[in-house]
Design a protein around this ligand. Structure first.
Ligand code: ADP
Length: 495
């Protein structure tokens, strides 16, 4: 294959991919059980529904395990366990005692991080480099960070007496399975709430491994309950009358349904929904650095990130050079085995998601945008999509408006910062944005015009537990992380 050729066995020709030997992470570090029950009241129990479903490895379609399907009775059982744990134990524990459990959980995640990383990549398809270096360390960091707050809530909300809300129902998506569980569980527990959490149907395994961590940390039974199932299970959870709070991360479409279901009830709600982020590159930016950030923003996680930089806004004067460099860079991306440490782009999470990406890309071509794709070889089995970008795109194109949630970038151009801000804000979403410039004053002036919850400058997709994350408009409301995230779990500490 031409793009895999080397010259004299040493240096790849310009634009060629190095031919690396496989470097797979050991899979046997993690023991996957053939079947998982629901985690209710501190133990794995058979579902009253009697039903199970399978979870597969999207990189090769291998069945990994059977997982219990929670029906309405199971949801009720989990909520009752959480209520009892709330009334009898957790809300009565002093903050410094709650903190000890959170510190313990954080440390055990660190100790078992290789297991978690391998399992995350097996069940979700993301490259081990991402799960090992991003997802798992950040999940542990969230427990550490919130452990630190548990006995200091009166300092976080001074002048008020922060009380927990009660029982929280939490529903998370498949793009960052363990990290989203940590984002939801850690602040809830730190503030004295108990939890019923439902992971996504395609990626339940790391949340179930986390249950083993809770057992290891001797977290009192019922403080966290994990129920697996599909959207219907999620809907039953949302409808349960004995919840005080719903926290949801997922699609805008489902977020709207949840908002309707919760309206008129006592349940508090936070929603972290879709995005169509603009990554804006000005002519004075360090272009190679920007290209790396753009690639990180849209390709390294298969575009499976709600804050993915899926629209690239390029200042007209540097358009040609940016497109040329981007073409070359996507050709060098390694798509393949998520467990291989050299892999840049892993598998698409599910067949349904792959079909959605394929459909939207086809619409992009039909509407007249010009498609550029990597020529990389793709594995035969599993769900894969080539790193792709479109030029000749305007905001009238579907691919510039709809969230694709795949490794697909739409490139647009602008002439002035005013025009760039207008295009960046011309979306129903408002989760994140990126700005690339070497002028600090330009960045500050420009960022303040963007209607996005997070704006990164000269970097992209950077997270920290102390930094609040969340959206504007149809990207949802409420923040996760930082004091703002804590305030979503206390009764009198709203900002
Ligand atoms: P995505 O498009 O990212 O898959 P979804 O919004 O479909 O996101 O799913 C995110 C989470 O919401 C998953 O755990 C899913 O099972 C759950 N879910 C789907 N539909 C509903 C619903 N109607 N009510 C509650 N939860 C739901």
């Amino acid at each position: 294959m031409a793009n895999r050729e080397r010259t004299n066995g040493q240096t790849p020709r310009d634009g060629a991919r190095w031919d690396y030997s496989p470097a797979p992470e050991a899979r046997n570090i993690v023991k996957i059980k053939p079947r998982y029950g629901l985690f209710i009241n501190g133990e794995f129990v058979e579902p009253k529904s009697g039903q199970y479903f399978t979870t597969i490895n999207p990189a090769n379609e291998e069945v990994l395990a059977e997982v219990a399907y929670a029906g309405p009775e199971d949801v009720d059982r989990a909520v009752r366990a959480a209520r009892e744990a709330y009334e009898k134990i957790w809300s009565k524990l002093p903050g410094k005692e709650r903190a000890k459990y959170l510190f313990r959980i954080a440390r055990i995640i660190q100790e078992r991080s290789r297991e978690f990383a391998v399992l995350e990549s097996l069940d979700g398809g993301k490259p081990i480099r991402e799960s090992r270096d991003v997802d798992i360390p950040l999940a542990s960091a969230h427990f550490f960070y919130h452990a630190g707050w548990a006995d200091k809530l009166e300092y976080a909300f001074h002048g008020r007496r922060p009380r927990p809300l009660g029982v929280a129902g939490q529903i998370i998506p498949w793009n960052f399975p363990l990290l989203m569980a940590a984002w939801k569980i850690a602040p809830a527990l730190a503030c004295g709430n108990t939890v019923v959490l439902k992971p996504a149907e395609t990626t339940p395994l790391t949340a179930l491994l986390l249950c083993e961590v809770f057992q290891q940390a001797e977290l009192p039974p019922g403080v966290v309950n994990i129920i697996t199932g599909d959207g219907q299970t999620g809907a039953w959870l949302v409808q349960h009358p004995d919840l005080d709070k719903i926290a949801f991360t997922g699609s805008t479409e489902v977020g709207k349904k949840i908002q309707k279901a919760v309206a008129g009830t006592r349940k508090r709600l936070t929603l972290e929904l879709g995005g169509k982020a603009a990554n804006v590159i000005f002519e004075d930016a360090a272009i190679d650095q920007a290209i790396e950030g753009i690639v990180n923003g849209i390709y390294f996680n298969q575009g499976h990130v709600c804050c993915a930089g899926s629209r690239l806004l390029v200042e007209e004067s540097i358009y040609e050079v940016v497109v040329r460099k981007l073409k070359r860079r996507i050709e060098l991306l390694r798509v393949g085995d998520p467990l291989d440490k050299n892999t840049d782009v892993g598998a698409i999470n599910s067949l349904m998601q792959l079909r959605k990406i394929e459909h939207l890309v086809q619409v992009g071509v039909q509407e007249g945008a010009e498609i550029h794709q990597s020529s990389c070889p793709l594995p035969e089995r599993g769900y894969w999509f080539r790193p792709t970008f479109f030029t000749r795109v305007s905001m009238a194109h579907t691919i510039a408006r709809e969230e694709i949630f795949g490794p697909v970038l739409a490139v647009l151009t602008f002439r002035t910062p005013e025009e760039a801000a207008e295009i960046a804000n011309n979306t129903r979403y408002g989760l994140s944005a990126g700005v690339w410039t070497n002028k600090g004053s330009k960045y500050l002036a420009f960022a303040s015009r963007l209607k996005a919850g997070v704006v990164w400058c000269n970097t992209y997709n950077k997270f920290d537990p102390a930094s609040p994350f969340g959206g504007y408009k149809e990207s949802g409301f409420g923040r996760e992380g930082g004091i703002h995230g804590l305030s979503a779990y206390v009764a009198s500490g709203e900002w």
